[in-house]
Structure formats: C-alpha cells, structure tokens
Design a protein around this ligand. Structure first.
Ligand code: NI
Length: 191
C-alpha cells in the first residue's frame, strides 16, 4: 500500500484523455494495486472521489465514496466505495443544479459549477462486470466532476467567469464572502 502523489493543475496528465482499460487489464495485479493505493490516497487527502489521472495514471478509472459520518456532507447520505472503469454518461434530467466545487488537483480554490441534476453512468466494475447507476442531486455532481477528470476536464473549465461575476475564489475569500446561507439552493463538493 502506498499513498500516491496527487497531480496539481499545470501537470499535463490532468489535461489528457485517459485511455480505456481492456478486460484483461482490469483483472491485472497492477490495477488492483492502483485501486488500493488510490483508496489510501483518497483517505489521506480527505476526498470523496479520486480519478486515476489525479495520481498520474492516464486511464479511464475513478473512485467515489463517502458516508454520512463525514461531517462535511451530513445531509448527503452515503455512497459505498465504487470503482468506475470505462464509463459513459447519459443525461437523464437537464435541470441545472449548482455546487461550490473544490478539487485536490486545484488546491485552495473553489468555484460554482452548474451541472445537470440526474445522469446515468454505464461502466465496468473491478470484476469486469457491466454496471449502471443513476445518480441524482449531489451524487450526480460528484460523478460528473470525477468522470470529467478522465476526459482531461477540470471543474474550473465549467465555472462562469468575467466582469461582474464572482463564482471563482480562493478558499479564504469564499469562507469570508461566498459561503452558502442555510436555505440557499447551492451546496459544496470536494473531491
Ligand atoms: Ni477533482
């Protein structure tokens, strides 16, 4: 087991599209080891998701998982640890929802991102079996953020920016000026 170094914005691996894994690779000891290391890395950094490109592996593999004991996401329920390989995403409900997203690869910053509220993800699991899940709400945002990483997309690409717009901030300024009030329609999400 080993904690892997997380790639930060500016490293080219974060901007590459990850390659798909073959059935044989999925069952390989190397991928088992990678997943074990990614779980340990995610725990160490306190993320709720981690994509392989974030640990310098340009492949279509990501982890997600959090539980309600996480005091940061008390009302979000839980998601058992899931290994998602070679995913495809279909939008089921285009209704926009917004979360203040953060990313282990873009530390110290936060941005308001609007995404569809419900999707379907078809993927292969670690046993090589096809799976499908239909996340909505917060979980739909977590999936979209993680799976974007597999295509070389960072959340900052999806933040509205320009004169008069304050949707992208350092954490300190976010805490001071932008934290959602109770009753606001937006929440927070970090991978
Ligand atoms: Ni991220």
């Amino acid at each position: 087991m080993a904690i892997r170094k997380v790639a930060r914005m500016g490293h080219p691996v974060l901007r590459q599209k990850g390659r798909k894994l073959s059935a044989k690779e999925i069952q390989s000891p190397e991928i088992r080891q990678l997943v074990t290391d990614m779980i340990e890395t995610m725990d160490e950094y306190g993320g709720i998701g981690l994509a392989a490109p974030q640990v310098h592996e340009s492949i279509q593999l990501a982890l997600l998982g959090f539980d309600e004991e996480s005091d940061r996401y008390p009302e979000m329920g839980n998601q058992d640890l899931l290994v998602v390989i070679n995913p495809t995403v279909t939008v089921l409900d285009k209704t926009p929802q917004s979360f203040w997203e953060g990313c282990l690869s873009v530390p110290g910053l936060r941005g308001l991102v609007t995404r569809p509220r419900k999707i379907r993800v078809d993927f292969t699991d670690l046993e090589g079996k096809p799976q499908s899940i239909e996340p909505e709400g917060f979980l739909a945002t977590v999936f979209q953020h993680e799976l974007d990483h597999l295509d070389g997309i960072l959340y900052i690409d999806r933040v509205e920016q320009g004169p008069g717009v304050t949707k992208f901030a350092f954490q300190e300024e976010y805490d001071r000026y932008l934290t959602p009030e109770p009753g606001d329609e937006v929440g927070e999400m970090d991978d």
